[in-house]
Write a protein that binds this ligand. Structure first.
Ligand SMILES: NC(=O)c1ccc[n+]([C@@H]2O[C@H](COP(=O)([O-])OP(=O)(O)OC[C@H]3O[C@@H](n4cnc5c(N)ncnc54)[C@H](OP(=O)(O)O)[C@@H]3O)[C@@H](O)[C@H]2O)c1
Length: 241
């Protein structure tokens, strides 16, 4: 049986860092991207045919369903699925967050998680082996809660609920479902204002933002055999924040 990993949002800094860290454990890695083809080319240069880039715009339900179908029909149904895709984090007041912003955030991050998990999980059950990991955020665990990110925070809470529900439903069926909740990660895509970035650095016990390398080992552990009996857990990676 081929060992297959599927990473949504593989084109993000966290996605590329994760794939480099765990690539040797897999025969094929389905790398989802939306607009950023360059990171895919770099991964292909490094790992050759093991990397299978597939494009999809998760703000579009049809594109999302097509992605799920393409993966399965290409014989690439994964045993391991890591869901990283999300729309860019924006700092905006609730009064200025229209319903379209909620819909977009929910479509990209949550609906895609539902569609892909619904496609992959039953196949994992058939193979008697599978792992699903969702990328959440410290917004789920941090006290006090941070303002100005209603759509993002609500969507991550919906994903948290999905993780808990699926973990319960698939317990005893050889499929684990977990989540990771990091605080702010300094990625090339970080689009928060300089002042907010500085406030996050100052409020961090380690006085810096996280890097993808701080976060990836937690994913790698959850994907490892050592985590086969861990399910329904959300692991904060917040340096104590
Ligand atoms: N950075 C942080 O501070 C932080 C902290 C905690 C959690 N997170 C989470 O970590 C994950 C990665 O975020 P990041 O900060 O590394 O970078 P990012 O740019 O926010 O990553 C977003 C990823 O989602 C994909 N994406 C964006 N719009 C999409 C769409 N319409 N359809 C399908 N995919 C789409 C992007 O693909 P393309 O680039 O190919 O378009 C990219 O791979 C997200 O789930 C985020 O919520 C980030």
């Amino acid at each position: 049986m081929s060992r297959i990993l599927c990473v949504s949002g593989a084109s993000s800094d966290v996605g590329c860092c994760l794939i480099r860290a765990v690539a040797e454990n897999y025969d094929r890695i389905v790398c989802h991207y939306n607009r950023s083809m360059e990171p895919m080319r770099e991964l292909q240069e490094q790992f050759g045919e093991k990397i299978v880039p597939i494009q999809a715009d998760f703000s579009d339900e049809t594109s999302t369903v097509r992605f799920a179908r393409t993966v399965v029909e290409s014989g690439l149904a994964p045993q391991h699925f890591v869901h990283l895709a999300a729309s860019s984090f924006v700092n905006v007041k609730f009064g200025k967050t229209d319903w379209k912003s909620f819909e977009r955030e929910i479509g990209i991050d949550f609906r895609s998680a539902v569609i892909l998990s619904q496609t992959f999980a039953p196949l994992m059950v058939k193979q008697k082996y599978g792992k699903i990991i969702y990328m959440l955020s410290s917004m789920i665990v941090q006290k006090p809660e941070k303002p100005f990110s209603t759509a993002y925070t609500c969507t991550k809470h919906a994903l948290f609920g999905l993780m808990k529900s699926l973990a319960a439903e698939y317990a005893g069926k050889h499929v684990t479902v977990n989540a990771v909740s990091p605080s702010v990660i300094d990625t090339k895509f970080l689009r928060i204002p300089g002042l907010v970035k500085q406030m996050n650095i100052e409020s961090s016990p380690i006085k810096r933002l996280l890097t993808p390398e701080d976060v990836v080992p937690t994913f790698a552990f959850l994907l490892s055999p050592g985590a086969d009996t861990i399910t329904g857990q959300n692991i904060p990676v917040t340096a104590g924040n």
